[in-house]
Ligand binder design. Structure first.
Ligand code: NAD
Length: 361
Protein backbone atom coordinates (compact mmCIF):
# COMPACT_ATOMS: atom_id res chain seq x y z
CA UNK A 1 0.00 0.00 0.00
CA UNK A 2 1.29 3.41 -0.94
CA UNK A 3 2.23 5.74 1.89
CA UNK A 4 -0.40 8.50 2.18
CA UNK A 5 0.98 11.93 2.96
CA UNK A 6 -0.63 15.29 3.68
CA UNK A 7 1.14 18.66 3.49
CA UNK A 8 0.60 21.49 5.95
CA UNK A 9 1.66 24.92 4.69
CA UNK A 10 1.61 25.60 0.97
CA UNK A 11 5.15 27.04 1.02
CA UNK A 12 7.42 27.22 -2.02
CA UNK A 13 9.21 23.99 -1.04
CA UNK A 14 6.02 22.04 -1.88
CA UNK A 15 7.29 22.18 -5.47
CA UNK A 16 10.12 19.86 -4.37
CA UNK A 17 8.48 17.83 -1.59
CA UNK A 18 5.65 16.67 -3.87
CA UNK A 19 7.76 15.20 -6.71
CA UNK A 20 10.12 13.79 -4.09
CA UNK A 21 7.36 11.98 -2.21
CA UNK A 22 5.86 10.75 -5.46
CA UNK A 23 9.24 9.47 -6.68
CA UNK A 24 9.31 7.32 -3.53
CA UNK A 25 5.90 5.88 -4.46
CA UNK A 26 3.87 7.90 -1.91
CA UNK A 27 0.47 9.46 -2.59
CA UNK A 28 0.08 13.15 -1.76
CA UNK A 29 -3.58 13.08 -0.76
CA UNK A 30 -4.23 16.49 0.79
CA UNK A 31 -2.83 19.92 1.58
CA UNK A 32 -3.80 22.29 4.40
CA UNK A 33 -3.03 25.97 4.84
CA UNK A 34 -4.43 28.67 7.17
CA UNK A 35 -5.05 30.44 3.91
CA UNK A 36 -7.62 28.13 2.37
CA UNK A 37 -7.04 29.89 -0.98
CA UNK A 38 -3.34 29.01 -0.85
CA UNK A 39 -4.23 25.37 -0.09
CA UNK A 40 -6.69 25.25 -2.99
CA UNK A 41 -4.28 26.89 -5.41
CA UNK A 42 -1.56 24.41 -4.50
CA UNK A 43 -3.98 21.47 -4.73
CA UNK A 44 -4.94 22.56 -8.27
CA UNK A 45 -1.34 23.25 -9.31
CA UNK A 46 0.03 19.92 -8.09
CA UNK A 47 -2.97 17.63 -8.67
CA UNK A 48 -3.65 17.03 -4.95
CA UNK A 49 -7.22 15.73 -4.38
CA UNK A 50 -8.18 17.65 -1.20
CA UNK A 51 -7.54 21.06 0.41
CA UNK A 52 -8.14 22.03 4.06
CA UNK A 53 -7.88 25.15 6.22
CA UNK A 54 -5.90 23.53 9.05
CA UNK A 55 -3.81 20.50 9.97
CA UNK A 56 -6.56 19.51 12.45
CA UNK A 57 -9.22 19.45 9.71
CA UNK A 58 -6.92 17.46 7.42
CA UNK A 59 -6.09 14.91 10.15
CA UNK A 60 -9.78 14.49 11.03
CA UNK A 61 -10.88 13.91 7.45
CA UNK A 62 -8.04 11.91 5.92
CA UNK A 63 -6.35 8.58 6.58
CA UNK A 64 -2.70 9.71 6.56
CA UNK A 65 0.55 7.89 7.31
CA UNK A 66 2.71 11.01 7.23
CA UNK A 67 2.65 14.81 7.31
CA UNK A 68 5.02 17.27 5.66
CA UNK A 69 5.38 20.70 7.32
CA UNK A 70 6.16 23.72 5.09
CA UNK A 71 5.23 26.74 7.21
CA UNK A 72 7.18 29.65 8.71
CA UNK A 73 9.57 28.41 11.41
CA UNK A 74 7.51 29.36 14.48
CA UNK A 75 4.81 26.89 13.49
CA UNK A 76 7.15 23.90 13.03
CA UNK A 77 7.01 22.80 16.67
CA UNK A 78 3.24 22.98 17.25
CA UNK A 79 2.43 21.37 13.89
CA UNK A 80 5.04 18.62 14.29
CA UNK A 81 3.72 17.85 17.80
CA UNK A 82 0.13 17.79 16.56
CA UNK A 83 0.99 15.40 13.71
CA UNK A 84 3.04 13.11 16.01
CA UNK A 85 0.21 13.06 18.58
CA UNK A 86 -2.07 11.87 15.79
CA UNK A 87 0.41 9.02 15.12
CA UNK A 88 1.85 10.38 11.85
CA UNK A 89 5.44 10.29 10.64
CA UNK A 90 6.73 13.81 9.96
CA UNK A 91 8.99 15.47 7.39
CA UNK A 92 9.52 19.11 8.42
CA UNK A 93 11.22 21.97 6.62
CA UNK A 94 14.39 23.44 8.08
CA UNK A 95 15.20 24.88 10.54
CA UNK A 96 13.87 22.10 12.79
CA UNK A 97 12.56 24.63 15.34
CA UNK A 98 13.19 28.08 16.82
CA UNK A 99 15.71 26.70 19.36
CA UNK A 100 17.12 23.57 21.03
CA UNK A 101 14.48 23.48 23.78
CA UNK A 102 11.73 23.18 21.16
CA UNK A 103 13.71 20.59 19.22
CA UNK A 104 14.28 18.50 22.36
CA UNK A 105 10.51 18.44 22.95
CA UNK A 106 9.89 17.40 19.34
CA UNK A 107 12.47 14.60 19.53
CA UNK A 108 10.91 13.29 22.76
CA UNK A 109 7.45 13.39 21.18
CA UNK A 110 8.67 11.38 18.16
CA UNK A 111 10.21 8.79 20.48
CA UNK A 112 7.01 8.55 22.53
CA UNK A 113 4.88 8.19 19.42
CA UNK A 114 7.37 5.72 17.88
CA UNK A 115 7.22 7.69 14.67
CA UNK A 116 9.90 8.91 12.26
CA UNK A 117 10.75 12.62 12.46
CA UNK A 118 13.03 14.01 9.76
CA UNK A 119 13.95 17.45 8.49
CA UNK A 120 14.62 18.88 5.07
CA UNK A 121 18.40 19.21 5.26
CA UNK A 122 18.35 19.03 1.49
CA UNK A 123 22.03 19.90 1.13
CA UNK A 124 22.90 16.47 2.54
CA UNK A 125 21.00 14.94 -0.41
CA UNK A 126 22.92 16.89 -3.07
CA UNK A 127 24.92 14.54 -5.30
CA UNK A 128 28.14 16.30 -4.24
CA UNK A 129 27.42 15.71 -0.54
CA UNK A 130 26.40 12.10 -1.16
CA UNK A 131 29.66 11.44 -3.08
CA UNK A 132 31.72 13.15 -0.37
CA UNK A 133 29.98 11.23 2.42
CA UNK A 134 30.66 7.98 0.55
CA UNK A 135 34.38 8.83 0.43
CA UNK A 136 34.35 9.76 4.13
CA UNK A 137 32.59 6.51 5.07
CA UNK A 138 35.04 4.52 2.92
CA UNK A 139 37.89 5.89 5.07
CA UNK A 140 39.49 7.98 2.29
CA UNK A 141 39.50 11.12 4.42
CA UNK A 142 40.49 9.74 7.82
CA UNK A 143 39.33 11.70 10.85
CA UNK A 144 38.12 15.22 10.12
CA UNK A 145 39.68 17.53 12.66
CA UNK A 146 38.63 20.90 11.27
CA UNK A 147 36.04 22.35 8.91
CA UNK A 148 34.80 25.67 7.58
CA UNK A 149 31.12 26.23 6.81
CA UNK A 150 30.13 29.22 4.66
CA UNK A 151 26.89 30.53 3.24
CA UNK A 152 27.44 34.10 2.20
CA UNK A 153 24.87 36.09 0.23
CA UNK A 154 25.54 39.60 -0.92
CA UNK A 155 22.00 40.84 -1.53
CA UNK A 156 19.98 38.18 0.25
CA UNK A 157 17.77 39.84 2.86
CA UNK A 158 14.40 38.11 2.35
CA UNK A 159 12.26 41.26 2.47
CA UNK A 160 11.89 43.66 5.38
CA UNK A 161 9.35 43.22 8.16
CA UNK A 162 7.97 39.80 7.20
CA UNK A 163 8.34 36.60 9.24
CA UNK A 164 11.92 36.02 8.06
CA UNK A 165 13.16 39.21 9.73
CA UNK A 166 11.02 38.85 12.88
CA UNK A 167 12.95 36.83 15.47
CA UNK A 168 9.81 35.67 17.29
CA UNK A 169 8.59 34.04 14.06
CA UNK A 170 11.88 32.91 12.47
CA UNK A 171 14.21 32.28 15.43
CA UNK A 172 16.82 34.53 13.79
CA UNK A 173 18.39 35.65 10.52
CA UNK A 174 20.88 33.84 8.28
CA UNK A 175 22.38 31.78 11.12
CA UNK A 176 19.13 29.84 11.41
CA UNK A 177 17.82 30.38 7.84
CA UNK A 178 21.04 29.30 6.11
CA UNK A 179 21.97 26.65 8.69
CA UNK A 180 22.56 24.08 5.93
CA UNK A 181 26.35 24.42 5.70
CA UNK A 182 26.81 24.19 9.47
CA UNK A 183 24.69 21.04 9.34
CA UNK A 184 26.63 19.64 6.37
CA UNK A 185 29.99 20.25 8.06
CA UNK A 186 28.77 18.54 11.25
CA UNK A 187 27.42 15.65 9.14
CA UNK A 188 30.81 15.17 7.44
CA UNK A 189 32.51 15.38 10.86
CA UNK A 190 30.26 12.66 12.30
CA UNK A 191 28.18 15.08 14.40
CA UNK A 192 30.66 15.43 17.30
CA UNK A 193 29.50 16.77 20.68
CA UNK A 194 29.88 20.58 20.68
CA UNK A 195 31.85 22.03 23.60
CA UNK A 196 32.20 25.82 23.22
CA UNK A 197 31.09 28.53 20.78
CA UNK A 198 32.55 31.99 20.28
CA UNK A 199 30.64 34.10 17.78
CA UNK A 200 29.36 37.51 16.89
CA UNK A 201 26.47 38.67 14.77
CA UNK A 202 26.21 41.86 12.70
CA UNK A 203 23.21 43.85 11.55
CA UNK A 204 25.15 46.38 9.47
CA UNK A 205 22.90 46.17 6.39
CA UNK A 206 19.66 45.11 8.03
CA UNK A 207 17.07 47.63 6.84
CA UNK A 208 19.23 48.68 3.85
CA UNK A 209 17.14 48.11 0.71
CA UNK A 210 20.28 47.74 -1.47
CA UNK A 211 20.77 44.34 0.16
CA UNK A 212 17.29 42.90 -0.44
CA UNK A 213 17.10 39.44 -2.03
CA UNK A 214 15.67 38.84 -5.51
CA UNK A 215 12.90 36.42 -4.44
CA UNK A 216 10.06 38.94 -4.43
CA UNK A 217 9.18 38.48 -0.76
CA UNK A 218 7.16 41.64 -0.06
CA UNK A 219 8.25 44.18 2.55
CA UNK A 220 5.80 44.81 5.35
CA UNK A 221 5.39 48.42 6.43
CA UNK A 222 5.96 48.78 10.20
CA UNK A 223 7.06 45.13 10.31
CA UNK A 224 9.81 43.96 12.63
CA UNK A 225 13.47 43.62 11.54
CA UNK A 226 15.22 42.37 14.67
CA UNK A 227 17.48 39.62 13.29
CA UNK A 228 21.15 39.60 12.29
CA UNK A 229 22.36 40.14 8.71
CA UNK A 230 25.56 38.10 9.20
CA UNK A 231 27.44 36.01 11.72
CA UNK A 232 30.99 34.75 12.19
CA UNK A 233 31.88 32.12 14.73
CA UNK A 234 34.01 29.28 15.95
CA UNK A 235 32.85 26.02 17.51
CA UNK A 236 35.03 23.58 19.45
CA UNK A 237 34.00 19.96 20.03
CA UNK A 238 34.63 17.57 22.91
CA UNK A 239 36.70 15.32 20.60
CA UNK A 240 39.11 18.17 19.83
CA UNK A 241 37.81 19.05 16.38
CA UNK A 242 36.85 22.63 15.42
CA UNK A 243 34.49 24.41 13.03
CA UNK A 244 34.64 27.96 11.66
CA UNK A 245 31.37 29.36 10.37
CA UNK A 246 30.38 32.40 8.37
CA UNK A 247 26.84 33.02 7.30
CA UNK A 248 25.29 36.12 5.76
CA UNK A 249 22.29 37.55 3.96
CA UNK A 250 24.20 40.76 3.34
CA UNK A 251 27.99 40.85 3.00
CA UNK A 252 30.01 42.31 0.15
CA UNK A 253 31.43 39.16 -1.43
CA UNK A 254 31.99 38.67 -5.19
CA UNK A 255 29.69 35.64 -5.61
CA UNK A 256 27.20 33.95 -3.32
CA UNK A 257 29.19 31.11 -1.77
CA UNK A 258 27.75 27.95 -0.27
CA UNK A 259 30.55 25.66 0.91
CA UNK A 260 32.07 23.25 3.37
CA UNK A 261 35.85 22.77 3.43
CA UNK A 262 37.52 20.26 5.74
CA UNK A 263 40.86 18.79 6.76
CA UNK A 264 40.99 15.08 7.54
CA UNK A 265 43.98 13.07 8.72
CA UNK A 266 44.25 11.48 5.23
CA UNK A 267 42.68 14.07 2.91
CA UNK A 268 41.25 17.56 2.69
CA UNK A 269 37.98 18.20 0.88
CA UNK A 270 35.68 20.82 -0.55
CA UNK A 271 32.00 20.85 -1.50
CA UNK A 272 31.11 24.26 -2.91
CA UNK A 273 28.52 26.04 -4.98
CA UNK A 274 29.28 29.52 -6.26
CA UNK A 275 26.20 31.29 -7.56
CA UNK A 276 26.47 33.90 -10.30
CA UNK A 277 23.97 36.30 -8.82
CA UNK A 278 22.35 35.72 -5.45
CA UNK A 279 20.05 32.73 -5.59
CA UNK A 280 20.18 32.39 -9.39
CA UNK A 281 21.52 29.24 -10.91
CA UNK A 282 22.46 29.78 -14.59
CA UNK A 283 26.10 30.47 -13.91
CA UNK A 284 26.45 28.45 -10.73
CA UNK A 285 29.66 26.47 -10.43
CA UNK A 286 29.73 23.31 -8.32
CA UNK A 287 32.96 21.87 -6.99
CA UNK A 288 33.42 18.57 -5.18
CA UNK A 289 37.08 17.70 -4.60
CA UNK A 290 39.44 15.68 -2.41
CA UNK A 291 43.10 16.59 -1.88
CA UNK A 292 45.76 14.05 -0.80
CA UNK A 293 49.52 13.52 -0.84
CA UNK A 294 50.70 10.23 -2.38
CA UNK A 295 53.21 7.99 -0.58
CA UNK A 296 55.85 9.49 -2.88
CA UNK A 297 54.80 13.00 -1.89
CA UNK A 298 52.90 13.87 -5.08
CA UNK A 299 49.73 15.91 -4.83
CA UNK A 300 46.60 14.01 -5.79
CA UNK A 301 43.66 16.30 -6.44
CA UNK A 302 40.52 14.36 -7.29
CA UNK A 303 37.22 15.68 -8.57
CA UNK A 304 34.28 13.56 -7.44
CA UNK A 305 32.15 13.53 -10.59
CA UNK A 306 28.39 13.68 -10.03
CA UNK A 307 25.29 14.47 -12.05
CA UNK A 308 24.22 18.10 -11.56
CA UNK A 309 21.09 18.62 -9.43
CA UNK A 310 19.51 22.05 -9.81
CA UNK A 311 17.08 21.26 -6.96
CA UNK A 312 20.09 21.10 -4.61
CA UNK A 313 18.89 17.78 -3.18
CA UNK A 314 15.41 19.03 -2.31
CA UNK A 315 13.55 16.39 -4.32
CA UNK A 316 15.93 13.62 -3.27
CA UNK A 317 15.64 14.56 0.44
CA UNK A 318 11.85 14.12 0.28
CA UNK A 319 12.25 10.77 -1.47
CA UNK A 320 14.66 9.66 1.27
CA UNK A 321 11.93 10.35 3.86
CA UNK A 322 9.52 8.01 2.05
CA UNK A 323 12.20 5.36 1.50
CA UNK A 324 13.08 5.55 5.19
CA UNK A 325 9.45 4.81 6.06
CA UNK A 326 9.54 1.89 3.62
CA UNK A 327 12.77 0.55 5.25
CA UNK A 328 14.53 0.91 1.89
CA UNK A 329 17.06 3.57 2.95
CA UNK A 330 18.62 4.91 6.13
CA UNK A 331 17.33 8.35 7.16
CA UNK A 332 19.52 11.21 5.93
CA UNK A 333 19.11 12.91 9.32
CA UNK A 334 17.95 12.21 12.86
CA UNK A 335 16.30 14.19 15.68
CA UNK A 336 19.44 13.79 17.85
CA UNK A 337 21.51 15.55 15.18
CA UNK A 338 18.89 18.29 14.98
CA UNK A 339 19.15 18.84 18.74
CA UNK A 340 22.97 19.27 18.50
CA UNK A 341 22.58 21.64 15.55
CA UNK A 342 20.04 23.79 17.39
CA UNK A 343 22.32 23.84 20.48
CA UNK A 344 25.13 25.23 18.32
CA UNK A 345 22.77 27.84 16.87
CA UNK A 346 21.50 28.83 20.33
CA UNK A 347 25.13 29.17 21.46
CA UNK A 348 26.02 31.38 18.47
CA UNK A 349 23.26 33.79 19.51
CA UNK A 350 24.15 33.51 23.21
CA UNK A 351 27.83 34.24 22.52
CA UNK A 352 26.93 37.20 20.30
CA UNK A 353 24.63 38.57 23.01
CA UNK A 354 27.13 38.12 25.86
CA UNK A 355 30.24 38.98 23.79
CA UNK A 356 31.90 35.96 25.41
CA UNK A 357 32.53 32.27 24.71
CA UNK A 358 29.60 30.02 25.59
CA UNK A 359 29.73 26.45 26.86
CA UNK A 360 27.29 24.15 25.02
CA UNK A 361 25.35 21.85 27.37
N1 NAD B 1 15.01 23.72 2.30
C1 NAD B 1 15.06 24.86 1.63
O1 NAD B 1 15.88 25.07 0.74
C2 NAD B 1 14.07 25.95 1.95
C3 NAD B 1 13.94 27.05 1.10
C4 NAD B 1 12.98 28.03 1.41
C5 NAD B 1 12.21 27.91 2.56
N2 NAD B 1 12.39 26.83 3.38
C6 NAD B 1 11.58 26.70 4.63
O2 NAD B 1 10.23 26.45 4.28
C7 NAD B 1 9.38 26.97 5.31
C8 NAD B 1 8.31 27.82 4.66
O3 NAD B 1 8.90 28.96 4.07
P1 NAD B 1 8.10 29.82 2.98
O4 NAD B 1 8.99 30.92 2.55
O5 NAD B 1 7.50 28.93 1.98
O6 NAD B 1 6.96 30.42 3.94
P2 NAD B 1 5.62 31.20 3.56
O7 NAD B 1 5.62 32.48 4.30
O8 NAD B 1 5.42 31.21 2.08
O9 NAD B 1 4.53 30.29 4.27
C9 NAD B 1 4.14 29.05 3.79
C10 NAD B 1 2.66 28.84 4.01
O10 NAD B 1 2.41 28.44 5.37
C11 NAD B 1 1.09 28.87 5.71
N3 NAD B 1 0.94 28.77 7.16
C12 NAD B 1 1.43 29.58 8.13
N4 NAD B 1 1.10 29.12 9.33
C13 NAD B 1 0.38 28.00 9.16
C14 NAD B 1 -0.25 27.08 10.05
N5 NAD B 1 -0.16 27.23 11.38
N6 NAD B 1 -0.94 26.04 9.52
C15 NAD B 1 -1.01 25.90 8.17
N7 NAD B 1 -0.45 26.74 7.29
C16 NAD B 1 0.25 27.78 7.78
C17 NAD B 1 1.03 30.26 5.11
O11 NAD B 1 -0.32 30.68 4.94
C18 NAD B 1 1.76 30.06 3.77
O12 NAD B 1 0.88 29.76 2.71
C19 NAD B 1 10.29 27.74 6.27
O13 NAD B 1 10.54 26.96 7.42
C20 NAD B 1 11.57 27.95 5.48
O14 NAD B 1 12.71 28.03 6.31
C21 NAD B 1 13.29 25.86 3.09
Amino acid sequence: MAIRIGIVGAGGMAAYHIPGFRAGGAKVVAIADVSRDAAERAAAAYGIPKAYASLGDMLAAEQLDAVSVITPNKFHKPLVLEALRAGKHVFCEKPPALNAAEMTQMAAAAKRAKRTLMFDFNNRARPESVAMMKAIRAGTVGTINSAQALWIRRTGIPGFGGWFTTKALSGGGPVIDLLHMIDLALYFMGYPEPAHVLANTFDTFMGDTRFKGPWGIPDRANGVCDVEAAAHGFVTFKNGSVLFLRTAWAEMNKREEVSVTFQGTKAGGLVRRLFGTDGLDETAVDTCELYRQSAAGKRIDKTLKVKPDETMGRVRAATNFIRTLQDKEAPLNTPDEAIKLMKVIDAIYASAASKAPVRVR
